[in-house]
Structure formats: structure tokens, C-alpha cells
Ligand binder design. Sequence first.
Ligand code: IFM
Length: 471
Amino acid sequence: MTDLEFPARFLWGAATASYQIEGGVREGGRGPSIWDTFCAAGGKVLDGASGEVACDHYHRYPEDVGLLAGLGLNAYRFSVAWPRVMPDGRTPSAAGLGFYDRLVDELLAHAVTPVLTLYHWDLPQALEDAGGWPARDTASRFAEYAAVVHDALGDRVNQWTTLNEPFCAAFLGYGSGVHAPGHQDHDTALVAAHHLLLGHGLATRALTEQARPGHEFSLALNFAPALPDGSSPAHLEAARKFDGIHNRFFLDPVLGRGYPADVLADVAHHGGRFAASVRDGDTDTIAAAIDWLGVNYYAPARVTPLADPLAPSNCPLPALRGLDVLPAPGPLTAFGWEQAPGTLTELLRWIGARSGGLPLVVAENGASFVDEVVDGRVHDEDRVNYYAEHLRAVHDAIRGGVDVRGYFAWSLLDNFEWAMGYSQRFGLVHVDFETQRRTVKDSGRFLGRVAKANALPASGAPAEGVGDPRA
Ligand code: IFM
């Protein structure tokens, strides 16, 4: 059997996010973000953890870039901390921009393509105090911030992603309240979602106007395919609802289809502030042309109907009535997430078809497992297998005609996993949070070998054909 080759110029990378790895929250003039405030409030994050030090990447970025390049990866997806670049959310800071300037130069010196995300959830606290994402003004502030970063780095960065997972920023931040800023109001969350998408559109428009040849624009959405736990009409209806609010509510307006009518009907009972927030022309703005869509995929959701539409449920979405999300069947990751690689193939096919062939990049995919450093090695076989299976799934989609141009593992480093603190390790590189010592895991070596070969072994043990992952 021949190896499974990937297209030429495929981006092979790892992803991170500023608050999850940087630390240095009071250095270089950085202002506070909503995550600093949320963590400091206590009781919101497991073990009282915060990103105050995280992986100390702010100081150790040369080592981290060296590790990524040493693995053989050719791209790095990172996010810029808005409160570092604009401590009050509005005024540019030369010192803050300087950090990303140095990071980008370091990446280029290692022949690694920078893929820059402008917003991965660390809103400047000053802007939250002024209303946060539920305030329309925040979308305009975001476009101004985007232009400032683009002015500073556009001579060297070609890949620009506006938002990472607006679903989480809106629904976990303002709806369920398990993420910063911790508000719990579903109507507000829907308004926040609209303003995030509006911010994406305004920023994309602004950057497109000042683009240089080679610049590409994108955003990254997190998808959870809804798998009905039965085939009755009620099951199918529950899956439709879940899919609507989780996936299509974000995807469709970006693709120029507007907000899905069925979802608007599903959430109408929330009070109508969302409908009032959508002004003439907004859907055109949100539909600003993008060059590729980032697809973040971890697991499907097993959805079941509830006979009593008002019964409490585990569904974390803007109080959708009449459905529940079941515990995932195995095999599971340490987070309890289902491992279902075939669902990734289906998802990529579905988005490819729905978007009329828009290029896709798997912008996040990965798994947390319990890792141990033994004699300076981390033999994370579960994660090696996870990557092998999901890469096979991506290859299946490509073979079926979907235009997939890259794959980014989540994450380069073990890091601050939001409300779960440091309890979930997703890294290709193990981080000892006491000493900040980095140890490359077998999965990092494995992915690097696949990247260098631009091919996955067709069958057998994942490492076959690309060498021993422990080497
Ligand atoms: O750590 C997060 C990341 O910030 C966004 N996507 C999912 C990851 C794992 O939960």
C-alpha cells in the first residue's frame, strides 16, 4: 500500500492562543483582559488557576519556535493578545506590538509560516467595561485593532484569521457563563454572537482594503456535528436544532446565506434583542469574502429529544428547548470527548459542499490525555493514534474532492485550558508547569515526520513508513 500523500504546499502546523501560553500579563505595558479578571474573581477556574504565567511563552518564544521548527512543522497558528497591543482596547502600544514583531521574525528565520489569529477570547477589560461584545461599538473597535496589527505585521504575515470560535466567545462567555466574562443571559449571548460576526466582517473588509499581494483572510469556527441518538422525527428535530445553533448560525452568515430562519425561530423565545441588533447591511458585512475557512473539530454531539420542552438539560447552548446532549460513547479522550475521526471526514465534505468549494484548513484538532514524562520521554501512544486517525479522515475528505489546504494540531504546548485550568494536556510538547521544562512527546515527533514526508502511512501502526516516533 502506498502512503497517503497530501496536496503540495499543505500547511502542517500547530496552534496556540495568547492567553493560554504567553503569561507575562503585566509586562510590556499589557493591559488586563477579561480572562485576567475572570480568573482573579476566584471559583471560576479549576484549582484557582490563571494564565498569569502559563507557559511563559512571552519569554520563551525563541525556544518554542525552535521546538516547532525542529519537529518539521512548516506553519504556526498563534493569536495576538489585543490587550498587549492596545492595553486600553483603543491605543496602540509599540512595546506590545514589538513582542509579535519579534515572534514573527523568529518564525520566518526558521522558515515557518505565521498564521495570525486576531481574537482568541482575550478582550481588553476596558472594552468589556464599556459593554463588551454585547455592545455594537466593540465590533468597530475590533476592526480598528485589526488594522493596527495588520499595519505592523502585514509586511511579513500573509495569513490573517479574524476570530477563533465566536461560538465560545459568545455562548460560553455571555450565555452559560463558564468562560470570561462570565455573564449568564442567552439573549445577550446571541447579541454578542452577532457583534463578533460583525467585527469579523468589518475587520475583513478593512484588511482587504489594505491587503498586499499574497495576503489571505479567514476565520475559524468550531463545529460539533449533531448525531441524533435515534431515527425518530423527534430525534431528527433535536439534531436539527443543535446543528442550527452550534454550526449553521455561525457558518451561514459568513457564507453569505444570512442567519438560518429555522434557528431564528428556535431562539425567538429569548426576547428579541438579537433581532433588533441586526441592522440593515450587517449580513452583507459579515459575508465579506474570505480565502479559506478554519475548521476546528474535536468531537460530535450525541443529541436526544426531551419530552418535556422545559426540562433542564445538559445542552450548553442558548436554552434550546426540548433536547439534551448525552454522555459520549467511547473511546474518549481525558476530557471525556468522543473520538470519532470519521465524523471529521463528513464534516469537511458537508462544509465543502455548503460553501461551494471554499478552501478549508483544519485550524484545530487534537486531544487531551494523561501524559507522563519517563526518562525524558512522553510515550503518548493514544495521541499518536488520534492524530493518525484524524489525518486519515482529512485525507479521505481530500480524496473525495474537498479542498483542504492545511492541518493544525491543537496544541503546540500543554497550556491553560480555560475553565479547566492546567488539568487537560493537549500539547505535542509536554510542559512541566513548575519548571517550565519542555519535553517533546512522541505525538510531536510523529506529526513532524508526517509533515516532512507530506504523507501519512497508508495502514498498519501509525508510525510505519515515517519512522519510529520515539526516535
Ligand atoms: O483550548 C481550546 C482552544 O482555546 C479553542 N478550541 C478548543 C481547545 C480545546 O478545548
